[in-house]
Design a protein around this ligand. Structure first.
Ligand code: AMP
Ligand code: ZN
Length: 113
């Protein structure tokens, strides 16, 4: 999608600190990190968000979780980490290209804010 921030990051039109890439997914450092590790994992396919995803996107939705776990292993987040899909305004979703937050490197709080 031409007018999408994360599609532009995936295609290299907007710079980002790339963490991981394969044929299905792209991961980069969040520009406003909320933890020592804050990486966004996005499918290369433009999917708007979890609420708009269909069964055809099921593999991608889960695949992003596996990429997050791989990055967490590489960063030795053995004490734990959190993965989050924000959905809609109440959850603070601001970018409408599916993205999984990987947060780690500090104690997480529950319930989240
Ligand atoms: P969300 O609020 O769940 O939609 O998450 C969007 C995330 O994208 C936020 O954590 C932002 O800090 C992050 N973000 C926005 N613009 C950029 C950018 N150009 N590069 C990296 N991360 C970004
Ligand atoms: Zn997009």
């Amino acid at each position: 999608m031409t007018d999408c921030l994360f599609c532009k990051i995936i295609s290299g039109k907007i710079p980002a600190k790339k963490v991981y890439e394969d044929e299905k997914a792209f991961a980069f450092e969040d520009i406003n990190p909320q933890a020592p590790t804050h990486v966004l994992i996005v499918p290369k396919k433009h999917v708007i968000g979890i609420d708009q995803a269909t069964e055809a996107d099921a593999e991608l939705v889960g695949y992003c979780q596996l990429v997050a776990a791989k990055i967490a292993r590489e960063r030795k987040l053995e004490h734990g980490f959190r993965t989050v899909y924000n959905v809609g305004p109440d959850a603070g979703q601001t970018v409408f290209h599916l993205h999984l937050h990987l947060l780690g490197g500090r104690q997480m709080h529950w319930p989240p804010g």
